[in-house]
Design a protein. Structure first.
Length: 291
């Protein structure tokens, strides 16, 4: 069976100016190096070198085996590095649930920083809606969550949080819908149109219609992309994260509604949240600190 040591010797010879230099590189005597190469060729049943010249040089087949050997040795070293990280207590995976209205670009630098420092750990991001991230956290399905915290949980001793940033939801509609009204000033005027509502992916609002007036017609969708498409088509109106509609508002494709009897712009405080008495591993701790 071909060993990693044999492949390292092959690489050293291919990349060195002489056998003596290659022998020094792999900490072997020159006779031991020569014997190892002959054994490798015998095991592969293949000649790897052109020995007719003064200096041993790889032949065409040897060049291909050399390139493959570099890949195998690199993967072997990666395996050892990964095992060493896990042996030191680093998690193989950490998970982060993010409320879908949050602008993820704001945390990309922190994610990249942790990814580069802990390359062996997979970071799994999941997008949830409304109470979904907190629900996932409380069920121990994720390590961390980014979300506005529902009022009933702000002082809950189960969770620990720190503020990351602010964000906004805006009531928007397209010209096609707005032009149905001579002068649109109240939410009651919209009762016979369709309000587009994102369904909660958690269980904390079960049975509660969030932000919907009584008798309002509404569409339920499961993501903001579908919601935006329906609103832009004029089939409905609704609240959208400001960063989702920034360009459409600037281009005049959508308009922010100004209703006298409805919250037209809702400000959210986004928090990084974890279970209070549950210790985090080193990578999750680093992410908590980076954010």
């Amino acid at each position: 069976m071909v060993s990693i040591d044999q492949l390292k010797i092959l690489i050293a010879v291919a990349e060195s100016r002489s056998l003596s230099q290659a022998a020094e590189r792999v900490y072997k005597t020159q006779p031991a190096l020569t014997a190892a190469l002959k054994q490798l060729e015998a095991q592969l049943n293949l000649s790897l070198f052109n020995r007719q010249q003064y200096r041993m040089q790889l032949n065409a087949q040897g060049q291909i085996i050399y390139q493959k050997a570099k890949q195998v040795v690199a993967e072997h070293q990666h395996l050892l590095d990964t095992a060493a990280c896990f042996a030191q207590g680093e998690e193989d995976t950490i998970s982060l649930a993010i409320e879908a209205s949050f602008e993820i670009e704001q945390i990309l630098q922190a994610l990249e920083q942790v990814q580069q420092h802990y390359a062996s750990t997979q970071i799994v991001l999941s997008q949830e809606y409304l109470s979904g991230p907190i629900d996932q956290l409380l069920q121990n399905k994720v390590d961390l969550a980014i979300s506005p915290i529902p009022n009933q949980l702000i002082h809950d001793s189960q969770i620990e949080h720190k503020i990351i940033t602010q964000g906004y939801l805006l009531n928007v509609a397209a010209d096609k819908l707005i032009q149905k009204f001579d002068h649109l000033t109240t939410v009651r005027q919209l009762i016979d149109t369709y309000q587009v509502v994102v369904k909660d992916s958690g269980m904390l609002t079960t049975g509660i219609k969030v932000g919907v007036q009584d008798a309002q017609r509404y569409w339920y969708v499961n993501n903001f992309a579908t919601k935006l498409s329906l609103i832009q088509s004029g089939m409905g109106w609704g609240r959208m994260p400001e960063h989702f509609v920034r360009d459409a508002l600037a281009k005049g494709e959508l308009h922010e509604l100004n209703l006298i009897d409805y919250d037209n712009r809702i400000e959210f405080t986004y928090c990084l949240v974890k279970i209070a008495n549950k210790p985090l591993g080193p990578v999750a701790t680093a992410l908590w600190q980076a954010l």
